[in-house]
Design a protein around this ligand. Structure first.
Ligand SMILES: Nc1ncnc2c1ncn2[C@@H]1O[C@H](COP(=O)(O)OP(=O)(O)OP(=O)(O)O)[C@@H](O)[C@H]1O
Ligand SMILES: [Mg+2]
Length: 353
């Protein structure tokens, strides 16, 4: 999801307070730990602190501490010297060095191994980097450190999964970005901003949200927070067939029974639900999230057919929109239809019109 990096300030006291706190904290070089559920805007807060600080014109470098094996993360952060491991053909600066005189954002810091935590702590204590492949601390750098996690880091400290000395060092100032359900009055503002962002691009029909639909959007609990909100608005824009979005145009999970003829039955999540979530909510492409599973026979024809049915329901029978919903490039539309035809996964679209 594209991010403007600007923190939108709604009307809820918690977010106004957060903005004031950002401005205060930006004046110092204090380390900041940002916590909050996934999608609440932790990175936006980190960027805002940087942008309001005296380092604003210098680099802001984000490092995702999750998902990289420890040795790669070490070299990513600290850099390495030529020959220190297979494939290290030349000296390479780490992100901490690249962020010199600027800000480094350590995202998902709770996922670091204990050993990496130890190395980070040593850096924070000395301000000196030890590159992979050297046995001495060398380069001194001047970076402001902002870290974030969506884990309950105090619990991790209590359970010995996160070093308490590192925790105290990072947590000089603590920001808690509240979940969207605790600041509902911000929802209309965020919806409007997202709408502005998407409507501008290539001639979509949707222009505005009906007040009743806005009430439903505001009432919804938003477990995926602002990121989920942006995805939902994007889907409404992409699939919308009228200028004004009404309650009945909202996805089922959001209206939760409102604006429907039949009450929604509780049912188990199916394979198709899971696939649908991956392509529509997590924004993976059909070609990477579904196609390989089908070709490896991990999912069946009928799973694919159910997925396509769900897509057609959302897209009101328009296969082109299904292709967009499933994150395919426009030029893949024919390929998608050929795939469905060849594997007998086509679903008649007329009944969804
Ligand atoms: N107050 C806000 N103003 C504008 N955009 C926001 C705001 N809060 C969140 N966003 C947007 O929501 C999305 C998620 O925000 P961000 O990436 O900062 O969340 P996060 O807390 O880092 O999530 P995760 O834990 O999943 O990494 C981004 O596209 C961001 O631009
Ligand atoms: Mg993030």
């Amino acid at each position: 999801m594209r991010s403007t990096g600007d923190l939108l300030i709604g009307t809820s006291p918690s977010i106004i307070e957060l903005k004031e706190e950002i401005e205060r904290v930006a004046r110092s070089d204090a380390k900041v730990l940002i916590t909050g559920e996934s999608g609440t805007g932790k990175e936006v807060v980190a960027r805002s602190i940087h942008a309001a600080s005296r380092r604003a014109s210098r680099a802001f470098i984000a490092v995702n501490c999750a998902g990289l094996p420890e040795t790669l993360l070490e070299s990513e952060l600290f850099g390495h010297v030529k020959g220190s491991f297979t494939g290290a053909y030349r000296d390479k600066a780490g992100k901490l060095e690249m962020a010199d005189t600027g800000t480094v954002f350590l995202d998902e810091v709770g996922e670091m191994t204990l050993r990496m935590q130890g190395m980070l702590l040593r850096f924070l204590e000395t301000g000196e980097l030890q590159k992979v492949g050297t046995d001495h601390a060398g380069v001194g750098v001047d970076v402001r450190v902002i870290a974030a996690t969506n884990r309950k880091i105090e619990d991790m400290v209590a359970q010995g999964q996160f070093r308490d000395d590192l925790y105290y060092r990072l947590n000089v100032v603590h920001f808690l970005v509240p979940p969207l359900r605790d600041r509902k009055s911000d929802v209309p503002l965020l919806v409007h901003a997202a709408l502005q962002q998407f409507v501008g691009t290539n001639g979509y029909i949707v222009q505005e949200i009906d007040p009743a639909a806005m009430v439903v959007l505001t009432d919804y609990a938003w477990p995926g927070n602002v990121r989920e909100l942006q995805n939902v608005v994007e889907r409404l824009v992409v699939t919308g067939r009228n200028e004004v979005v009404r309650v009945e145009d909202l996805p089922l999970e959001i209206r939760g029974g409102r604006g429907m003829l039949r009450p929604k039955k509780e049912r188990r999540r199916t394979v198709a639900d899971e696939l649908y979530k991956r392509v529509v909510e997590d924004r993976e492409s059909f070609w990477t999230a579904v196609y390989p599973l089908y070709m490896n026979r991990e999912i069946t024809k009928s799973n694919v057919r159910d997925l396509v049915t769900k897509g057609l329901e959302e897209a009101r029978g328009n296969y082109k929109i299904v292709a967009r919903l499933f994150n395919m490039e426009p030029r893949d539309y024919k390929k998608f239809l050929n795939f469905l035809r060849k594997h007998e996964c086509q679903v008649p679209f007329r009944e969804f019109r």
